[in-house]
Design a protein around this ligand. Structure first.
Ligand SMILES: [Zn+2]
Length: 174
C-alpha cells in the first residue's frame, strides 16, 4: 500500500497544528511545510532506529535538536481557569515545530524499551506503549488491531470451509 502524505499542502500543516496545539493565525508558507516534513522524517527515522536498537543518525539528531532549540509555545491561564497553549507571535509554526521536536527528544531519550512498530501489515506508524503490561501490538486497537483480527478470522473461516467434511456412512438412516 502506498503511504498517504497527510502534509501535502501548507493548509494541512496549519490544520494539524490547530488540532494538536493551538490555532494558527499567521500564514503557513511552503518553506514552513518543508521544515515540518523534514522534522517529521528525522523523528520517524530516529524512532525507527530506536525500535531496531540502532543508534540515531547524527544528521537526524542535528535536525531534531535544531528545531528543539527554537522558542516553544507558552501556556496561559484562560477563562474559567483553563490552561491554553499559545503559539509564539511572529513564529507560530516554528514554535509548534519546536514543541514537536522537544517531545521527540523526550520520547527518544527514555530508553525504556517501549517504543514499537505497529504490527498492522499496511501500517508504518511507531508508538510508545505506556500501558501497564507493555504488550501492545498495534498503533491503535480500533485501527490496525481490528483489521488484523478481521483478516485472521476470515483466513480461519476460509480454511474451515476448505476442510473435507466427514462423510456420513452410506445406508444409515437419519
Ligand atoms: Zn497501525
Amino acid at each position: 500500500m502506498t503511504p498517504t502524505e497527510l502534509l501535502a499542502e501548507p493548509t494541512d500543516l496549519g490544520r494539524w497544528i490547530a488540532e494538536a496545539l493551538a490555532p494558527v493565525t499567521e500564514p503557513v508558507f511552503p518553506e514552513l511545510l518543508a521544515d515540518a516534513v523534514r522534522l517529521r522524517e528525522a523523528i520517524h527515522d530516529a524512532a525507527r532506529r530506536v525500535v531496531d536498537a540502532r543508534r540515531v543518525r547524527p544528521a537526524d539528531r542535528a535536525t531534531i535538536n535544531g528545531f528543539a532549540a527554537r522558542p516553544v509555545p507558552f501556556t496561559e491561564l484562560g477563562h474559567g481557569g483553563v490552561a491554553m497553549v499559545r503559539l509564539r507571535a511572529g513564529s507560530q509554526v516554528e514554535s509548534a515545530l519546536a514543541a514537536v521536536a522537544l517531545d521527540a527528544v523526550d520520547l527518544l531519550s527514555r530508553d525504556d524499551g517501549r517504543l514499537w512498530a505497529c504490527e498492522g501489515p499496511a501500517c508504518s506508524l511507531l508508538f510508545h506503549d505506556a500501558s501497564r503490561p507493555g504488550r501492545r501490538r498495534w498503533c491503535a486497537a480500533q485501527r490496525c488491531g481490528n483489521r488484523v483480527n478481521l483478516a485472521t478470522h476470515r483466513r480461519r473461516r476460509a480454511a474451515a470451509h476448505d476442510q473435507p467434511t466427514t462423510q456420513r456412512p452410506r445406508g444409515t438412516a437419519c
